[in-house]
Design a protein around this ligand. Structure first.
Ligand SMILES: Cc1cc2nc3c(=O)[nH]c(=O)nc-3n(C[C@H](O)[C@H](O)[C@H](O)COP(=O)(O)OP(=O)(O)OC[C@H]3O[C@@H](n4cnc5c(N)ncnc54)[C@H](O)[C@@H]3O)c2cc1C
Length: 407
């Protein structure tokens, strides 16, 4: 069907960046967005920071601008989830049963929070944070004096804790780890993050987990596996995310942990064969990064929707122009992951894959002030993270290069 559009499933950051990338690379044909959320694309990082503490802030404050290249020839179908994909017929069917044909398809469906590990509890007062609607609901619950229990000590859990503490809530973090951000940053920086939270009154229950809940109809108390019982008006579940790939279950695409793609962001089938007209971008995509090794991974950082979108956009434009995409795809894709986090007055900035490290070195400053930590796997630098010291951390960007043998 030559008049069918470039169909982008998931109307958020990665989908938007892919559409922009395809236009920039010369694709002038129709584009259709099919998105489960009712909102046009918006920025998620403020959801655990400014938006969570600023009454009245909503979509206007976080919406991404729609560039002029996307003002013409773009259809938005919002508030409607994709339900299945037929790659033979090149059709996506949505939850209402309507069919959306495509010439090329972009899978940009991101992640959703893992649910509370106690199903069918029937209690109110339990929150997750991924969407704008989640953030608005949580904000209204974080009133001064509220007992807030956060399950999980990753970035989202720690940022919510900082915002809730600033709002005057009594905050407890329950985590199976020894320190917050343990996997991402290691014990030294993680320990320092804990110290800073404790200085703001946050209590930690480490190497602990959720045993049970008490309340009717709202949650009132949380019982931990250690036997500790915590008063709780608001329980926030921040224990990681799962990729939104159920709609691809019968598509023949490898979705064993997100959508497996090649260096051109083209989906790989369970048969190991690349689908030249199906792409995956952003948090849902799993790909090898030759900066580090040949293991395909999902990476959940804000700069990668842009990097993957730009790259997929080039391939899509070439594919739809009837060009041979193989040389472009074979050129490799080696984006440098970067992430930041703001908690109280602490600004963390990191590059690379710090969680691959088996060794860490404090190379500048002091942990309880501003500092820079290098992360090594064997002798190879795999990451760097700073508290403050932004320009020194930024200067590491050029130190991550693809080893000659991998080129
Ligand atoms: C609260 C929060 C704070 C963050 N803060 C930071 C930060 O400080 N620094 C940082 O580096 N990163 C941060 N991140 C991570 C960053 O925001 C993500 O990496 C980025 O948003 C991923 O974009 P995406 O478009 O790939 O996926 P998503 O943003 O998850 O978008 C996927 C979209 O697809 C839709 N969808 C899902 N299933 C379907 C379906 N079947 N049909 C149609 N549509 C569907 C979803 O509703 C959603 O709109 C944060 C994330 C969150 C949630």
């Amino acid at each position: 069907m030559t008049d069918a559009p470039l169909l982008i499933v998931g109307a958020a950051m990665a989908g938007l960046r892919t559409a922009e990338g395809a236009r920039r690379a010369g694709y002038a044909g129709p584009i259709e967005f099919l998105g489960a959320e009712a909102h046009a694309p918006y920025n998620r990082p403020p959801l655990s920071k400014e938006l969570l503490q600023t009454e009245g802030h909503g979509h206007d404050e976080v919406a991404f601008p729609i560039r002029s290249a996307l003002e013409q020839g773009v259809t938005w179908t919002l508030g409607r989830a994709a339900a299945s994909l037929d790659t033979e017929r090149r059709v996506v069917t949505d939850e209402a049963g309507d069919e959306h044909p495509y010439r090329a398809l972009v899978i940009a469906t991101g992640l959703r929070p893992k649910p509370l590990p106690i199903p069918d509890h029937g209690l109110t007062g339990i929150h997750v944070l991924r969407t704008l609607d989640d953030a608005v609901g949580l904000r209204s619950a974080l009133r001064p004096g509220a007992n807030v229990v956060i399950l999980g000590s990753g970035f989202v859990g720690c940022e919510i804790a900082a915002t809730a503490a600033k709002n005057g809530c009594a905050v407890s973090i329950v985590t199976q780890s020894a320190v917050p951000l343990d996997r991402a940053l290691g014990p030294e920086l993680g320990g320092e993050v804990r110290r800073r939270h404790e200085a703001h009154g946050v209590r930690f229950f480490t190497r602990d987990g959720l045993f049970g809940l008490v309340g009717d109809p709202g949650v009132e108390r949380v019982i931990l596996t250690s036997g500790v019982m915590l008063e709780c008006d608001v329980l926030v579940v921040a224990i990681g995310s799962d990729p939104n790939t159920e709609w691809l279950a019968d598509s023949g695409i490898d979705v064993s942990d997100g959508v497996l793609v090649d260096g051109g962001l083209r989906a790989v089938g369970v048969d190991g064969v690349v689908r030249p007209d199906v792409f995956a971008v952003g948090d849902v995509a799993r790909y090898p990064n030759p900066l580090f090794d040949d293991v395909a991974r999902r990476v959940e950082h804000w700069n990668l929707p842009t990097e993957t979108g730009k790259r997929a956009g080039q391939l899509i434009a070439a594919h739809l122009a009837g060009e041979d995409c193989e040389p472009l795809a074979a050129a490799g894709f080696a984006p440098l992951p970067s992430f930041w986090s703001d908690q109280y007055d602490m600004h963390l900035l990191a590059f690379g894959m710090t969680y691959l490290a088996d060794r860490r070195e404090l190379v500048a400053g002091a942990l309880d002030d501003e500092c820079v930590v290098e992360y090594y796997r064997g002798d190879a630098l795999v990451g760097v993270c700073g508290i403050g010291m932004r320009s020194l951390v930024q200067s590491y960007r050029s130190r991550f290069t693809v080893p000659t043998a991998a080129v």
